[in-house]
Design a protein around this ligand. Structure first.
Ligand SMILES: Cc1cc2nc3c(=O)[nH]c(=O)nc-3n(C[C@H](O)[C@H](O)[C@H](O)COP(=O)(O)OP(=O)(O)OC[C@H]3O[C@@H](n4cnc5c(N)ncnc54)[C@H](O)[C@@H]3O)c2cc1C
Length: 283
Protein backbone atom coordinates (compact mmCIF):
# COMPACT_ATOMS: atom_id res chain seq x y z
CA UNK A 1 0.00 0.00 0.00
CA UNK A 2 1.28 3.44 -0.91
CA UNK A 3 1.51 6.52 1.27
CA UNK A 4 -1.92 7.76 2.43
CA UNK A 5 -2.74 11.48 2.40
CA UNK A 6 -5.63 12.95 4.41
CA UNK A 7 -6.33 16.40 2.96
CA UNK A 8 -8.88 18.66 4.68
CA UNK A 9 -9.88 20.79 1.69
CA UNK A 10 -10.37 20.49 -2.07
CA UNK A 11 -7.48 22.91 -2.57
CA UNK A 12 -5.19 20.44 -0.74
CA UNK A 13 -6.58 17.56 -2.85
CA UNK A 14 -5.78 19.40 -6.09
CA UNK A 15 -2.27 20.28 -4.85
CA UNK A 16 -1.66 16.63 -3.98
CA UNK A 17 -2.99 15.45 -7.35
CA UNK A 18 -0.78 17.87 -9.25
CA UNK A 19 2.30 16.73 -7.27
CA UNK A 20 1.33 13.01 -7.42
CA UNK A 21 -0.50 12.50 -10.75
CA UNK A 22 -0.59 8.71 -10.20
CA UNK A 23 -2.34 9.03 -6.84
CA UNK A 24 -5.62 7.14 -6.36
CA UNK A 25 -8.60 8.82 -4.73
CA UNK A 26 -10.82 7.01 -2.29
CA UNK A 27 -13.74 7.91 0.01
CA UNK A 28 -15.08 4.94 2.02
CA UNK A 29 -12.63 2.50 0.40
CA UNK A 30 -15.31 -0.23 0.25
CA UNK A 31 -14.73 -0.72 -3.48
CA UNK A 32 -11.14 0.39 -3.92
CA UNK A 33 -9.70 -1.75 -1.13
CA UNK A 34 -11.45 -4.92 -2.20
CA UNK A 35 -10.78 -4.57 -5.93
CA UNK A 36 -8.01 -6.73 -7.25
CA UNK A 37 -6.95 -3.76 -9.35
CA UNK A 38 -5.48 -2.38 -6.14
CA UNK A 39 -2.73 -4.92 -6.77
CA UNK A 40 -2.05 -3.05 -10.02
CA UNK A 41 -2.17 0.22 -8.10
CA UNK A 42 -0.12 -1.22 -5.21
CA UNK A 43 2.41 1.32 -4.00
CA UNK A 44 0.63 4.29 -5.56
CA UNK A 45 -0.11 7.16 -3.18
CA UNK A 46 -3.67 7.21 -1.86
CA UNK A 47 -5.66 10.38 -1.30
CA UNK A 48 -8.49 9.96 1.19
CA UNK A 49 -11.46 12.29 0.62
CA UNK A 50 -13.19 11.55 3.91
CA UNK A 51 -12.10 14.75 5.70
CA UNK A 52 -12.54 17.14 2.80
CA UNK A 53 -14.81 20.06 3.62
CA UNK A 54 -17.61 20.55 1.13
CA UNK A 55 -17.78 16.95 -0.13
CA UNK A 56 -20.29 15.91 2.52
CA UNK A 57 -23.83 16.89 3.34
CA UNK A 58 -27.14 17.23 1.56
CA UNK A 59 -28.44 20.74 0.96
CA UNK A 60 -31.53 22.40 -0.46
CA UNK A 61 -30.88 24.89 -3.27
CA UNK A 62 -34.45 25.88 -4.09
CA UNK A 63 -35.32 23.92 -7.21
CA UNK A 64 -32.61 21.32 -6.65
CA UNK A 65 -30.97 19.17 -4.00
CA UNK A 66 -27.18 18.93 -3.82
CA UNK A 67 -25.66 15.78 -2.39
CA UNK A 68 -21.95 15.96 -1.57
CA UNK A 69 -19.89 13.26 -3.33
CA UNK A 70 -18.66 11.82 -0.02
CA UNK A 71 -22.13 11.47 1.49
CA UNK A 72 -22.47 7.95 2.86
CA UNK A 73 -25.40 5.65 2.09
CA UNK A 74 -26.42 5.82 5.77
CA UNK A 75 -26.56 9.61 5.54
CA UNK A 76 -28.75 9.34 2.41
CA UNK A 77 -31.12 7.03 4.26
CA UNK A 78 -31.35 9.41 7.25
CA UNK A 79 -31.80 12.59 5.19
CA UNK A 80 -35.16 14.35 5.44
CA UNK A 81 -34.57 16.04 2.05
CA UNK A 82 -33.89 12.73 0.31
CA UNK A 83 -36.89 11.07 1.95
CA UNK A 84 -39.15 13.98 0.98
CA UNK A 85 -38.03 14.57 -2.62
CA UNK A 86 -36.22 11.39 -3.75
CA UNK A 87 -37.57 8.46 -1.69
CA UNK A 88 -36.50 6.13 -4.51
CA UNK A 89 -32.84 6.95 -3.79
CA UNK A 90 -33.42 6.22 -0.11
CA UNK A 91 -35.02 2.84 -0.94
CA UNK A 92 -32.03 1.93 -3.13
CA UNK A 93 -29.46 3.01 -0.51
CA UNK A 94 -31.22 0.82 2.06
CA UNK A 95 -30.56 -2.24 -0.10
CA UNK A 96 -26.79 -1.70 -0.21
CA UNK A 97 -24.57 -4.26 1.56
CA UNK A 98 -24.86 -4.24 5.35
CA UNK A 99 -24.77 -1.43 7.94
CA UNK A 100 -20.95 -1.27 7.99
CA UNK A 101 -20.81 -0.91 4.19
CA UNK A 102 -23.55 1.74 4.23
CA UNK A 103 -21.72 3.66 6.97
CA UNK A 104 -18.45 3.73 4.98
CA UNK A 105 -19.53 3.56 1.33
CA UNK A 106 -20.42 6.81 -0.44
CA UNK A 107 -22.67 7.81 -3.30
CA UNK A 108 -19.68 9.31 -5.14
CA UNK A 109 -17.80 6.01 -4.80
CA UNK A 110 -20.82 4.08 -6.05
CA UNK A 111 -21.00 6.33 -9.13
CA UNK A 112 -17.26 6.35 -9.88
CA UNK A 113 -17.05 2.56 -9.56
CA UNK A 114 -19.59 2.56 -12.42
CA UNK A 115 -20.69 -1.02 -11.84
CA UNK A 116 -23.82 -2.03 -13.80
CA UNK A 117 -24.96 -3.36 -10.39
CA UNK A 118 -24.41 -0.09 -8.45
CA UNK A 119 -27.62 0.32 -6.48
CA UNK A 120 -27.83 4.13 -6.35
CA UNK A 121 -27.44 4.39 -10.12
CA UNK A 122 -30.93 3.43 -11.43
CA UNK A 123 -32.65 6.11 -9.29
CA UNK A 124 -30.07 8.69 -10.36
CA UNK A 125 -30.77 7.89 -14.03
CA UNK A 126 -34.50 8.16 -13.43
CA UNK A 127 -34.14 11.63 -11.92
CA UNK A 128 -31.69 12.76 -14.66
CA UNK A 129 -29.05 13.55 -12.05
CA UNK A 130 -26.02 15.68 -12.89
CA UNK A 131 -22.62 15.03 -11.39
CA UNK A 132 -20.48 18.02 -10.51
CA UNK A 133 -16.79 17.51 -11.27
CA UNK A 134 -14.12 19.85 -9.88
CA UNK A 135 -10.44 20.18 -10.65
CA UNK A 136 -7.88 22.87 -9.84
CA UNK A 137 -8.85 24.94 -12.87
CA UNK A 138 -12.53 24.32 -13.46
CA UNK A 139 -15.87 22.86 -12.45
CA UNK A 140 -18.28 21.15 -14.84
CA UNK A 141 -21.63 19.41 -14.68
CA UNK A 142 -22.28 16.22 -16.61
CA UNK A 143 -25.51 14.16 -16.86
CA UNK A 144 -25.03 10.84 -15.06
CA UNK A 145 -25.83 8.93 -18.27
CA UNK A 146 -22.89 10.66 -20.00
CA UNK A 147 -20.56 10.42 -17.01
CA UNK A 148 -20.77 6.60 -16.89
CA UNK A 149 -19.37 5.44 -20.21
CA UNK A 150 -19.17 1.66 -19.66
CA UNK A 151 -18.73 -0.98 -16.98
CA UNK A 152 -16.13 0.47 -14.60
CA UNK A 153 -15.58 3.43 -16.94
CA UNK A 154 -16.38 7.09 -16.43
CA UNK A 155 -15.64 10.47 -17.96
CA UNK A 156 -13.70 11.51 -14.82
CA UNK A 157 -10.51 13.19 -15.95
CA UNK A 158 -7.15 13.07 -14.23
CA UNK A 159 -7.07 15.65 -11.44
CA UNK A 160 -10.87 15.74 -11.10
CA UNK A 161 -12.99 14.96 -8.06
CA UNK A 162 -16.70 14.17 -8.11
CA UNK A 163 -17.78 16.91 -5.73
CA UNK A 164 -21.58 16.57 -5.80
CA UNK A 165 -24.69 15.07 -7.33
CA UNK A 166 -27.45 17.56 -8.27
CA UNK A 167 -31.08 16.54 -8.56
CA UNK A 168 -33.99 18.70 -9.76
CA UNK A 169 -37.00 18.51 -7.47
CA UNK A 170 -39.66 18.93 -10.17
CA UNK A 171 -39.64 15.33 -11.42
CA UNK A 172 -43.43 15.12 -11.25
CA UNK A 173 -43.53 11.58 -9.84
CA UNK A 174 -45.42 10.40 -6.77
CA UNK A 175 -45.14 6.61 -7.02
CA UNK A 176 -41.73 5.02 -6.46
CA UNK A 177 -40.42 1.49 -6.35
CA UNK A 178 -36.95 -0.08 -6.12
CA UNK A 179 -36.30 -3.79 -6.09
CA UNK A 180 -33.25 -5.94 -6.57
CA UNK A 181 -32.85 -9.64 -7.03
CA UNK A 182 -29.66 -11.19 -5.74
CA UNK A 183 -28.43 -14.65 -4.87
CA UNK A 184 -29.37 -14.01 -1.26
CA UNK A 185 -31.34 -11.38 0.64
CA UNK A 186 -28.50 -9.20 1.94
CA UNK A 187 -24.85 -8.50 1.02
CA UNK A 188 -25.51 -9.62 -2.54
CA UNK A 189 -24.59 -7.95 -5.80
CA UNK A 190 -27.77 -7.74 -7.84
CA UNK A 191 -28.57 -10.23 -10.58
CA UNK A 192 -31.04 -7.60 -11.78
CA UNK A 193 -32.47 -4.46 -10.23
CA UNK A 194 -35.38 -2.24 -11.17
CA UNK A 195 -36.20 1.34 -10.26
CA UNK A 196 -39.54 2.85 -11.20
CA UNK A 197 -41.09 6.28 -10.74
CA UNK A 198 -44.46 7.43 -12.00
CA UNK A 199 -46.86 10.32 -11.91
CA UNK A 200 -50.41 8.98 -11.66
CA UNK A 201 -53.58 11.05 -12.23
CA UNK A 202 -56.56 11.04 -9.86
CA UNK A 203 -58.37 8.66 -12.28
CA UNK A 204 -55.53 6.12 -11.96
CA UNK A 205 -54.06 6.81 -15.42
CA UNK A 206 -50.26 7.00 -15.63
CA UNK A 207 -49.20 10.45 -16.83
CA UNK A 208 -45.43 9.96 -16.59
CA UNK A 209 -43.25 6.87 -16.09
CA UNK A 210 -39.51 6.30 -15.83
CA UNK A 211 -37.89 2.86 -15.58
CA UNK A 212 -34.21 2.02 -15.02
CA UNK A 213 -32.63 -1.41 -14.70
CA UNK A 214 -29.32 -2.46 -13.17
CA UNK A 215 -27.19 -5.52 -14.09
CA UNK A 216 -28.99 -6.20 -17.39
CA UNK A 217 -26.75 -4.16 -19.73
CA UNK A 218 -23.20 -2.75 -19.66
CA UNK A 219 -24.51 0.36 -17.86
CA UNK A 220 -27.87 1.21 -16.30
CA UNK A 221 -30.53 0.45 -18.88
CA UNK A 222 -33.27 2.96 -19.68
CA UNK A 223 -35.57 3.12 -22.69
CA UNK A 224 -38.03 5.79 -23.78
CA UNK A 225 -40.00 3.01 -25.60
CA UNK A 226 -40.56 1.26 -22.30
CA UNK A 227 -41.41 4.49 -20.45
CA UNK A 228 -43.90 5.42 -23.19
CA UNK A 229 -45.78 2.16 -23.02
CA UNK A 230 -47.15 3.12 -19.56
CA UNK A 231 -48.56 6.49 -20.62
CA UNK A 232 -52.34 7.08 -20.39
CA UNK A 233 -52.87 3.55 -19.09
CA UNK A 234 -53.79 2.21 -15.68
CA UNK A 235 -51.19 0.21 -13.76
CA UNK A 236 -52.95 -3.08 -14.46
CA UNK A 237 -51.92 -6.52 -15.65
CA UNK A 238 -52.30 -5.67 -19.36
CA UNK A 239 -50.10 -2.58 -19.16
CA UNK A 240 -47.44 -4.37 -17.13
CA UNK A 241 -47.47 -7.44 -19.38
CA UNK A 242 -46.83 -5.27 -22.44
CA UNK A 243 -44.06 -3.39 -20.62
CA UNK A 244 -42.48 -6.65 -19.40
CA UNK A 245 -42.44 -8.07 -22.96
CA UNK A 246 -40.69 -4.95 -24.21
CA UNK A 247 -38.20 -5.04 -21.32
CA UNK A 248 -37.30 -8.67 -22.03
CA UNK A 249 -36.75 -7.85 -25.71
CA UNK A 250 -34.72 -4.68 -25.17
CA UNK A 251 -32.30 -5.46 -22.30
CA UNK A 252 -28.88 -6.85 -23.21
CA UNK A 253 -27.57 -8.78 -20.20
CA UNK A 254 -24.52 -11.02 -20.04
CA UNK A 255 -24.07 -14.44 -18.45
CA UNK A 256 -21.64 -14.52 -15.53
CA UNK A 257 -21.03 -16.46 -12.31
CA UNK A 258 -24.16 -15.01 -10.74
CA UNK A 259 -26.75 -15.65 -13.48
CA UNK A 260 -27.26 -16.52 -17.12
CA UNK A 261 -28.23 -13.98 -19.75
CA UNK A 262 -31.65 -15.64 -20.17
CA UNK A 263 -32.39 -15.65 -16.44
CA UNK A 264 -31.54 -11.93 -16.14
CA UNK A 265 -33.77 -11.13 -19.13
CA UNK A 266 -36.65 -13.04 -17.61
CA UNK A 267 -36.16 -11.52 -14.12
CA UNK A 268 -36.08 -7.98 -15.55
CA UNK A 269 -39.59 -8.55 -16.97
CA UNK A 270 -40.78 -10.21 -13.75
CA UNK A 271 -39.66 -7.17 -11.74
CA UNK A 272 -41.99 -5.03 -13.85
CA UNK A 273 -44.88 -7.48 -13.36
CA UNK A 274 -44.37 -7.20 -9.57
CA UNK A 275 -45.65 -3.61 -9.73
CA UNK A 276 -49.18 -4.99 -9.96
CA UNK A 277 -48.86 -6.69 -6.52
CA UNK A 278 -47.59 -3.44 -5.08
CA UNK A 279 -50.44 -1.38 -6.47
CA UNK A 280 -52.91 -3.97 -5.18
CA UNK A 281 -51.23 -4.07 -1.73
CA UNK A 282 -51.17 -0.28 -1.37
CA UNK A 283 -54.83 -0.15 -2.40
C1 LIG B 1 -19.31 -6.34 1.48
C2 LIG B 1 -19.69 -5.34 0.42
C3 LIG B 1 -21.01 -5.27 0.00
C4 LIG B 1 -21.38 -4.34 -0.98
N1 LIG B 1 -22.67 -4.30 -1.37
C5 LIG B 1 -23.06 -3.41 -2.31
C6 LIG B 1 -24.42 -3.35 -2.73
O1 LIG B 1 -25.29 -4.08 -2.23
N2 LIG B 1 -24.74 -2.45 -3.69
C7 LIG B 1 -23.82 -1.61 -4.25
O2 LIG B 1 -24.18 -0.80 -5.09
N3 LIG B 1 -22.53 -1.65 -3.86
C8 LIG B 1 -22.13 -2.52 -2.92
N4 LIG B 1 -20.81 -2.58 -2.53
C9 LIG B 1 -19.84 -1.73 -3.20
C10 LIG B 1 -19.50 -0.41 -2.48
O3 LIG B 1 -19.76 -0.47 -1.09
C11 LIG B 1 -20.26 0.80 -3.04
O4 LIG B 1 -20.06 0.89 -4.43
C12 LIG B 1 -19.85 2.11 -2.37
O5 LIG B 1 -20.82 3.09 -2.67
C13 LIG B 1 -18.48 2.61 -2.82
O6 LIG B 1 -18.22 3.83 -2.14
P1 LIG B 1 -16.80 4.12 -1.47
O7 LIG B 1 -16.85 5.51 -0.94
O8 LIG B 1 -16.43 3.07 -0.49
O9 LIG B 1 -15.86 4.02 -2.75
P2 LIG B 1 -14.26 3.89 -2.78
O10 LIG B 1 -13.88 2.46 -2.62
O11 LIG B 1 -13.66 4.87 -1.83
O12 LIG B 1 -13.96 4.38 -4.26
C14 LIG B 1 -14.47 3.67 -5.36
C15 LIG B 1 -13.94 4.32 -6.66
O13 LIG B 1 -14.48 5.62 -6.80
C16 LIG B 1 -13.45 6.61 -6.81
N5 LIG B 1 -13.97 7.72 -6.00
C17 LIG B 1 -14.61 7.62 -4.81
N6 LIG B 1 -15.08 8.83 -4.44
C18 LIG B 1 -14.71 9.71 -5.42
C19 LIG B 1 -14.92 11.11 -5.63
N7 LIG B 1 -15.62 11.87 -4.76
N8 LIG B 1 -14.40 11.68 -6.73
C20 LIG B 1 -13.71 10.94 -7.64
N9 LIG B 1 -13.49 9.60 -7.51
C21 LIG B 1 -13.99 9.00 -6.41
C22 LIG B 1 -12.22 5.95 -6.26
O14 LIG B 1 -11.05 6.49 -6.81
C23 LIG B 1 -12.43 4.50 -6.68
O15 LIG B 1 -12.02 4.32 -8.00
C24 LIG B 1 -20.41 -3.47 -1.54
C25 LIG B 1 -19.08 -3.54 -1.09
C26 LIG B 1 -18.72 -4.45 -0.11
C27 LIG B 1 -17.29 -4.49 0.35
Amino acid sequence: MGEVFLPGSLREVFDLLSGEPEALLYAGGTDLFVRSSLEEGGGKPLVCLERVEGLKGISDHGDEIRIGGCTTHSELIRSRLVREHFPLLMHAARRIGAPAVRNMGTIGGNICTASPAGDTLPPLYIFDAFVELCSAGRARRVPISEFITGPGQTALERGEVLSAICLKKDHGCTFFHFEKVGQRKAMAISVASFAFAAGINGDGMIRKARCAFGSVAPTVFTSSNIDRCFIDKPMDEDTLRQAALLVRSEVSPISDVRASEGYRRSVAGNLVMRLEDLVRDTG
